[in-house]
Design a protein around this ligand. Structure first.
Ligand code: AQP
Length: 330
């Protein structure tokens, strides 16, 4: 059976980008067609300056949101990365497989390292080795497919390289996985800065729609989205990134095609209004379900406990085999 793995980082409140780029497909498609594991990757959240209490709170919220968007623990495995030791064990072997140079080439490393330095902080070593841990997350489970937004494509590519290298050098141990991306909205852009990805850890929040934003807040953010010079509605990602982003979001919410949708609009105002309503309606059940689940922390804890146990059982034999293959007594 096809195996799928993916995750979200508790580095901020989850966003519309996380939902459209990844989580929605996990719930609507992936969990139904494959053996799927979804993870709150909390260890990754320690790669940048963090507040322990906030990371703990966000991890719980992210886990609750995974269930709120429709992941069903009867169909898939939902767990927290730090509760399954195999990720850390295999991460070290991946660090011993990867080179310093290929880590330094990662776009996310360059961007986040620059951000940390601009804040006056130092760059954590773990930010550089992040892709080794991510490779471990994926490879530990014999994953075939990694459903992610486009921003993660480079890390999955590196994971493939590491799997191939490891298998060639130490013997066939890992499945070589591939990334899958949604057909539309694989990269949702910031509403205020449509040439940058919408991100959950941005300091300015006006361009980011959070899954738990009140409907009024969502409307305000979308209505104030930066559009482009001109006033005719055409889908042109390069020339008109603001309008293209709104069309992508509308298309993703309403199931249409962004270019086709553009033909139906003669003003930015009408496009924004429809996009705002489409987002509000799409998020309404997620907010509702999140509120219900947040009132049942014991249930969420039990899902995570059972998920971690199951994940551990799946990962352990392959990680043990990798230890032995690399020359450790294991
Ligand atoms: N804007 C996006 N559009 C489409 N997909 C996105 N994803 C993230 N942002 C977008 C996808 O969501 C999944 C989880 O992402 P993540 O938690 O690894 O990353 P993030 O939300 O981008 O948050 P970061 O990395 O903490 O920092 P910022 O916010 O500063 O960039 C992934 O599948 C990702 O592709």
């Amino acid at each position: 059976r096809t195996r799928i793995f993916s995750g979200v980082q508790p580095t901020g409140h989850l966003t519309l980008g996380n939902y459209l780029g990844a989580m929605r497909r996990w719930a609507e498609e992936d969990q139904h067609r494959a053996e799927a594991l979804f993870c709150v990757v909390d260890l990754h959240a320690l790669t940048v300056e963090h507040d322990p209490a906030r990371v703990r709170r966000l991890s719980r919220q992210a886990a609750t949101l995974l269930l709120a968007v429709g992941l069903d623990p009867e169909l898939c495995t939902v767990f927290v990365q730090s509760q399954v030791d195999e990720h850390l064990r295999l991460s070290y072997l991946m660090e011993c497989t990867a080179s310093d140079g290929e880590m330094r080439r990662m776009i996310q490393y360059k961007e986040k390292a620059a951000r940390e330095q601009a804040r006056g902080g130092s760059v954590r070593l773990s930010l550089l080795s992040y892709p080794a841990l991510m490779a471990a997350d994926i490879l530990a489970y014999g994953t075939h497919e990694v459903p992610v937004g486009e921003d993660q494509a480079q890390h999955v590519e590196l994971t493939r390289d590491l799997a191939v290298r490891f298998n060639q050098r130490y013997g066939a141990t890992f499945v070589v996985p591939k990334a899958t991306h949604p057909a539309v909205a694989a990269r949702v852009m910031d509403l205020q800065e449509p040439t940058s990805k919408m991100g959950k850890s941005h300091v300015r929040t006006a361009g980011t729609v959070y899954l738990l934003d009140e409907p009024e807040v969502v409307r305000k953010k979308v209505m104030r989205a930066v559009t482009d010079p001109g006033s005719d509605v055409v889908y042109e990602r390069g020339e008109r990134p603001g309008v293209a982003n709104l069309l992508d979001v509308l298309a993703a919410c309403s199931g249409g095609d962004p270019e086709r949708l553009a033909e139906g609009y003669s003003s930015y105002g009408a496009l924004k209004k429809d996009t705002a309503e489409a987002v509000v309606e799409m998020l309404r059940p997620v907010r509702g379900r999140h509120a219900e689940l947040a009132a049942e922390p014991a249930y969420v804890d039990e899902v995570l406990r059972a998920g971690a146990e199951r994940a551990r059982g799946l990962a352990r034999p392959r990680v043990d085999a990798a230890f032995r293959a690399m020359g450790l007594l294991g």
